[in-house]
Structure formats: C-alpha cells, structure tokens
Design a protein around this ligand. Structure first.
Ligand SMILES: Cc1cc2nc3c(=O)[nH]c(=O)nc-3n(C[C@H](O)[C@H](O)[C@H](O)COP(=O)(O)OP(=O)(O)OC[C@H]3O[C@@H](n4cnc5c(N)ncnc54)[C@H](O)[C@@H]3O)c2cc1C
Length: 419
C-alpha cells in the first residue's frame, strides 16, 4: 500500500536524513525524496565550530551517512535544490527549477539560520557567520592566516569559535551586551566560571557592550563598540543566535509560533505536514507547553519521531532537551530546560573545572549541567523527570552518589512544575 505513496522531506539536514533513514527502517516502501538547498549531503554541524574548524578532523567526520546510503535505500536525494513553494490544497511542493512534486506526507526540516547584525558596515568583507560547512571552511582559512579576531556574541557559537581561535593561536576578543558568557542559558554564577575559563586561555572579554559599527575600506578593519571602544581586527565572527527558517510554512499559512507550531507528534496545523528539528516549536508533554530546541540531539531524535508519526504510529516526543559543548579542554553536557530558577547548587570543584551545576525551582532540579564529569546524564535526567525532591546539602555532596538521590524518587513526588 505505502508503495504507491510519495513522502517528501524538505531540508537535507540531520533531522531530515534521520527521518528518511527511519522511514525505510520502519518499512516505508513508497517514493521518498530528500531535498536540500546545500551542496553537501546531510552533515552534522557541531564539529564546524570545534575540531573541523581547527583542521583536526576531516570532512568525512561530519556526514550523517556514507555517500552510498541514499541510493542503497532508494532515497532520492536532491541537493542544491530549494523548495520555494508549498501548496497545501494540491499537496505539492515547488522547486526552484520549476519542478512540482506531489506528496502524500511532507516533513519540513528546514532548520535555522544565523541572525544578522544590522549595524553600519555589516556588509564589509571579513564579517563572518557560521552555520554551514562552507562557512566553517571560510573561517578556517582565516584562522590559518592568524591575526586578531573579534567575536560578537558570547553564546555557544561565539564561545566555541573563540576557544578554537585561541587554540589556533589568534588574538581573540569577545564582546557581548550581557555581563558574562553564556549568561542567558547558564545564569550569572556559572557563566562567570566560563568567563574565567576563557580569560585563563588568554581570550579578552569585553562584556556589557555591543557593536555600534564595523569600519573599514572594503574589509572590516575595526569594530566600534557601543561604549566607545575602537578595536582593530583582521576579521569578525558574529554569533548572535539563530532564527527558525519558516518562510515556506508562513507563505503556505501553517500556524507559526517562534518556528512552526507542531503537536507532540510533530504534526503541523495542516493535515499530512510535519516538522522537526530547529524549525519546530513542539508541544512537550513533560513541560505542558511548546518548546523549540536548537540542539543536535533534538534534530537527531525528532527526525525519527516525525517519521514514525508520518507513518501513522509513533509516540509523543517527550525526550528531555540535551546538548553539549566543548571549549578548550572543558567539555559539558546540559539536560533539561529552564527559563528561570531559584538557585544553582554546585557539586564538585568549579576551580578544577570538574563539577555539576544543578538548577532548582523550589526543592526540585529542573536542569543540570555536568562539566568534565561524565556518565551522569541518566541520573540527572531522572532527577528532573521524576521530579525528585532534593536536599541542597546532599545534592552538593560528591560523596553521595547521584543514583542514591534518584532513589529518593520512592518518596512522594512533588506536583508538576508551575509554568
Ligand atoms: C557551528 C555549529 C555548532 C553547533 N554545535 C552544537 C553542539 O555542540 N551541541 C549541540 O547540541 N548543538 C550544536 N549545534 C546545533 C545543531 O547543529 C542544530 O541544532 C542542528 O543542526 C539542527 O538540525 P536541523 O536538522 O533541524 O536543521 P539544520 O541543520 O539547520 O539544516 C536545515 C537544512 O535545511 C535546508 N533548507 C532550508 N530551507 C530549505 C528549502 N526551502 N529547500 C531546501 N532545503 C532547505 C538548509 O539549507 C539546511 O541544510 C551547532 C550548530 C552550529 C551551526
């Protein structure tokens, strides 16, 4: 029966490629098309600011599948093709070369793109952004030449690029309007630990200030900051967040809400149309609200979940958000989702950069970040998911195994988190 059907995936991304793989492993034997605007077959982006950027890992490390995978599984991979229109009533997508493709089910995995800085001089040569493998190649060529780089934005991309550039020996300055790096997600206390990590590696941090203008003849030569500094540089990397790519969905009239709004089975407001990955703002049963997650693990897992949903089965997507980051010799993993918290409890030694930071609301952990401490994701996620009431002193005590605290789940649970 499914052999007569056509499923189309727009966005040859991690989420899209994993969805295509899952459709085949779950037995879909109809026509399957994976359409991507980029030249490369689906790849993973995390190495692009880390070892791939530093030239320590080759391109073969980044691909989601071997080159032969798509033809072996009868997946029609169309690269360097952009979908420019979506006709919901006809059940068709229009490609940039004029071709129209009929679909029975459609998955949108169009991802996100860097937010652009709209300041004078933003168009100057040498003002770089990082999203694609081509961006990473261009940035690596700059790193090869050395010199001084100014990184605008001390979020994840900015912090990782700054670390990679320092590791390559460049003179690095980071600027950001907030007071410490990564403050929006990690808060002031833990962000200050990251500030010290960067400072210890010789990165200059200019916090509490933004960009007024980029200046130079044809290429950027200096950055003028909002607090009056003039900083000379050889190039600039801007990492000020991403925006979900919703143009297609918007034109077609799908419901949007900071991304494409989908339910817990990743269904959009239109029948037969699904969305997953960075672009999807998905209802999350555990949180009781929609959340949009811009992380690798979400793309990795939501793609397959969307595929199962397209096939009419599957389960609600309710994995806890998880991400990782590597900066210098400091690796971390973060589980959970916290817009706000009452306090942070630290276990371990932040001075040695080996610790876990727990984010609490009342006496319950809502998120946890392990830094250079490994194999603790499961107990951290259990603390969050089981809503285990915790005692700060026991949480902070590294001699009490986390598994023992999780065991406390046999005690009465707290009611669900307030929104
Ligand atoms: C440099 C970098 C480092 C990162 N590091 C980490 C990390 O350490 N940890 C972590 O958890 N996350 C990290 N991330 C985030 C992670 O890579 C993203 O969450 C993930 O790539 C999202 O995947 P996606 O499949 O949703 O979409 P994307 O990766 O954004 O891919 C979407 C694809 O769809 C294509 N597309 C869009 N519109 C169309 C159209 N109309 N027609 C055809 N094709 C289209 C795009 O060209 C793109 O190829 C990093 C991201 C970057 C950029």
């Amino acid at each position: 029966m499914s052999g007569e059907q056509t499923y189309v995936i727009v966005g040859a991304s991690l989420a899209g490629a994993k969805a295509a793989e899952t459709l085949r492993t779950e037995g879909f034997d109809g026509r399957l098309m994976l359409i991507g605007a980029e030249e490369e077959r689906p790849y993973e982006r995390p190495p692009l600011s880390k070892d791939y950027l530093r030239g320590e890992a080759g391109r073969d490390k980044v691909y989601v599948h071997d080159a032969g995978f798509y033809s072996e599984h009868d997946i029609e991979l169309r690269l360097e093709r952009r979908v420019v229109g979506l006709d919901l009533s006809a059940g068709e997508v229009a490609l940039d070369d004029g071709e129209r493709l009929r679909y029975d089910r459609l998955l949108l995995t169009t991802g996100a793109e860097p937010r652009r800085l709209a300041v004078p001089g933003a168009e100057l040569d040498g003002v770089l952004y990082l999203r694609s493998v081509e961006d990473s190649d261009a940035l690596r060529q700059r790193l090869d030449r050395g010199g001084a780089v100014i990184v605008v934005g001390a979020g994840w991309i900015g912090a990782e690029v700054a670390a990679s550039a320092r590791q390559r020996g460049l003179d690095v300055t980071v600027l950001d309007p907030l007071t410490v790096p990564l403050e929006r997600v990690l808060g002031g206390e833990v962000g200050a630990i990251y500030r010290d990590i960067h400072a210890d590696h010789g990165t200059k941090l200019l916090m509490g200030t933004g960009v007024e203008a980029f200046e130079g003849e044809t290429a950027v030569e200096r950055v003028r900051t909002s607090d009056g500094h003039e900083l000379d540089c050889d190039f600039v990397v801007v990492g000020v967040g991403v925006e979900p790519r919703t143009e297609l969905a918007a034109k077609a009239g799908l419901t949007l809400d900071d991304g494409i709004a989908v339910d817990e089975r990743l269904r959009t407001s239109a029948p037969a149309v699904f969305a997953a990955g960075d672009v999807a703002n998905a209802y999350h049963p555990f949180y009781g609200e929609r959340i949009r997650v811009e992380h690798w693990a979400n793309a990795l897992n939501q793609g397959p979940a969307a595929a199962r949903s397209m096939l009419g089965g599957g389960e609600a997507y309710e994995r806890l958000p998880y991400f990782f980051s590597d900066q210098y010799d400091v690796g971390m993993e973060y589980s959970g989702f916290a817009r706000s918290w009452d306090r942070v409890v630290l276990r371990g030694d932040p001075g040695k950069r080996e610790f876990i930071a727990f984010y609490l609301v009342r006496d319950r952990v809502v998120a946890g970040m392990n830094v250079n401490v490994w194999d603790v994701t499961n107990p951290i996620q259990s603390l969050i998911r089981d809503r285990v009431p915790v005692d700060d002193r026991r949480l902070a005590d590294p001699d009490i195994p986390l598994a023992e605290l999780v065991g406390a789940a046999t005690r009465p649970r707290l009611p669900d988190a307030p929104s």
